[in-house]
Ligand binder design. Sequence first.
Ligand code: SIN
Length: 281
Amino acid sequence: MQLQTVQVKPLSESGFFAEITGADLRRIDDEAQFEAIKAAHLAHGVIVVRDQKLTPKEQIAFSKRFGPLAIHVLEEQLLDGYPEILQVSNKTKDGRYVGLPDAGRFWHTDQSYEERPALGSLLYALEIPADGSGDTWFCDMAAAYKALSPAMKTRLDGLRGMHIYNHSHEEFSLSDDQSGHLPGYDHPLVRTHLETGRKALYLGGKLLKYVVGLEEAESDALLAELYAHCDDDAFIYRHKWHQGDLVFWDNRCTMHFAQPYDSQRYTRHMHRTTVMGDRPV
Ligand code: SIN
């Protein structure tokens, strides 16, 4: 059988965010395909692999090629029988959401509140809103770092931010037991990517509570300045989903932000796997 060749096409002028066609992620032992996808992920920060037809087992098997998978603390939103899959979904069963209906509705990077935050996340679109809403925005944090003034780069040198997961979702809050497992961790505001060697800003939106060692007002002002700097079309790519897209982002050098949609009218149903990462340095 003739295997299709993987094609990689950057979707933004800067080269951030690339589209991959001609791949079939069920071909788990196809080394050439795996190497092409891994290289594209490192080079472009975020990739969308189009036209996939994956069972939960196949998504897990592909994701595991990048490292051990994290099990999300929100156990009620995990897929039955597949704890590696976090459901991002507004579908309901027995009067309850099967997944997180409002995951990531602010700029953040996954599991930044853990000692070893996520290396990458793979979000697979099973159903998307019929009106095409519910985009996900991505920010290139390596480009954002590079564009900082030399004075700001010097100022950030050695500063650390405290990340804590203590916020509530639309329908529920963390239980005391879940919160008890998540004390929060401080990580550098600028991290160096261990595979590419590139430096990137490492922020966490609502989950980044303060800059360690600064007065509250100074910390708030510094973070506000950094978020304002990142809020620039030069660094942001807005992804419009198609059913069958698998988007794989590198949490070490990007932030993302899920946009709202009309959840009374439309279903948005996705499966996320999360690859564990290293302690940021
Ligand atoms: C997430 O932050 O993992 C969810 C992103 C999305 O639903 O677009």
